[in-house]
Design a protein around this ligand. Sequence first.
Ligand code: SF4
Length: 446
Amino acid sequence: MEFASQICPSGPAVPWPRRLEQRLSSPETIQIRGWCPSTWKPMQAQDGWIVRVRPRCASLSAAQWLVLAELSRTHASGQIELTRLGNLQLRGVHESALPALRAALVASRLAPADEQTDLAPAVHCTPFYARGDRTHALALALCVAAARDLTPLALQQQDIPALPGKFDMLVDDPQCHLQSLSSDLQLWACADGRYGLALGQSADWYGFESAPAAVQAAIRIALWFARERSAQAAGRLRALAKPIDLQACGLTGASHHLEPRTPDNTASRPLRPGALNPHGLLLGAPLGRLDAWAIQKLAALMPEQAEIRVTPWKSLLLPNKHLDSLPARLDSWDWIRQSTDVRLRVSACTGAPNCPQAHIPAQSMALRFASSQAADRHLHISGCAKLCALPSDATNVVFASQDTAGQIWLHASPAEAQPSAQASIPYRPLDSDPHDIQQQLNDLQL
Ligand code: SF4
């Protein structure tokens, strides 16, 4: 049955928007900003300013979490958003509150004291390391080098254009749990004592005998990219058509490997909350958002200097030594403690009313659809065709668009479907009747 043509006889033929150029062929203009907010460079949204905190080495102390929760309640929406690569976001900040918020973040070492360091490329880090081990040392060294050599000012002094706002680097653990994440450069401490460096998620990689050599190569690649990209306007390293200059990037002295980074190919799958691992317990944030009160309650139960790390899977890592009876004292409304929690089967962008481009309340829809999703599926709901925060493990997507007559449409498709596999229906607000929810899912062929 040609579902789309029956439900939507003259409806918008919106191609599946997995790739940017396909998204741009949707009936609406989508605003792509091409940079990420930070503390010193917040981003304006419909509901106020978005201020992003980048946890150093994926770690905040309980005392810092208490400060962040308090700032979220006093200056922002009262929620803390966890981003796809383990950053923390406050939104709904009034312009007049920005200076006080920034000062408080700097004072509690949640943000750099100078703008240039804040504008250096992000260095994401695996949460799976022990303080002082090779992974931790590598991440610290890369942070220092990026803040010294890759700030807009440092590049300007060498007559090199600034790196694009989305350029980032990542330090992984020896098991390469973060391998599937999208970042420009990935470094890790190999189990055999060497250090690995890969361009994004490339299958091949380069081996170095020391951490300084790997860090230096990463910086040289970033500098080479900053120089070369200006001719092509490439925003990400992978988008640069020119092959990498091994000499200029310091890769000629490294060993080149075509074999997988680790023998265990399953290690790079997203880790679910609930499972204990050698480093602690993962606690999930429903739809990637944490209530400030819930954070406050959690952090207050722990010693001030206890670490609570952020994972790239919208969860927090609680260290084993502070677990004891902790999970039993946490409200299941605020936290996902089991891998079987149906809320793990859905995700959503910010959606209406807080995003100006949104046509639907994506988050509340996602929660209503959650219990109807099979355990092996993941449904992402998006307020428009831009698909912000689309998780890599999504199996189905529903996004909204508006036609020239003002009608809002919902479009659904399997994540890797060809355009012919999609379904489109006119949008109508969901009520809480389970039959209505199921009917809409049926109409969307989900
Ligand atoms: S995908 Fe969602 S958050 Fe992103 S612009 Fe569209 S409505 Fe806004």
